[in-house]
Design a protein. Structure first.
Length: 94
């Protein structure tokens, strides 16, 4: 696999993680019954919930984005480059 294809796959996986996470934020901690009664259908978009605006990703996704950013800058998975990873991609709970 060439380097550009690998980069595209990596970027797509991170984008998918952030989108899926943002779609799940409003139903975090709810039972399947609570999801069905609150939304009356499967989740097919972004909704506000759990005190968050529609489309807001969680702190777990922010951590994954920070990790991906550090790996991208280093050009490889390097533990030494990850020791300085801080909250470079902003996350605020509201």
């Amino acid at each position: 696999m060439d380097k550009e294809t690998l980069k595209d796959k990596f970027a797509g996986s991170i984008l998918g993680l952030a989108i899926g996470d943002a779609m799940g934020v409003p139903v975090n901690g709810l039972s399947p019954f609570q999801v069905r009664t609150s939304f009356h259908a499967p989740i097919h978009g972004f909704y506000p919930g759990n005190g968050q605006p529609a489309g807001k990703y969680s702190s777990e996704a922010a951590a994954a984005l920070n990790l991906a950013s550090a790996v991208g800058k280093a050009g490889r998975f390097d533990l030494d480059s990850l020791t300085g990873v801080s909250k470079k991609i902003p996350y605020s709970p509201s």
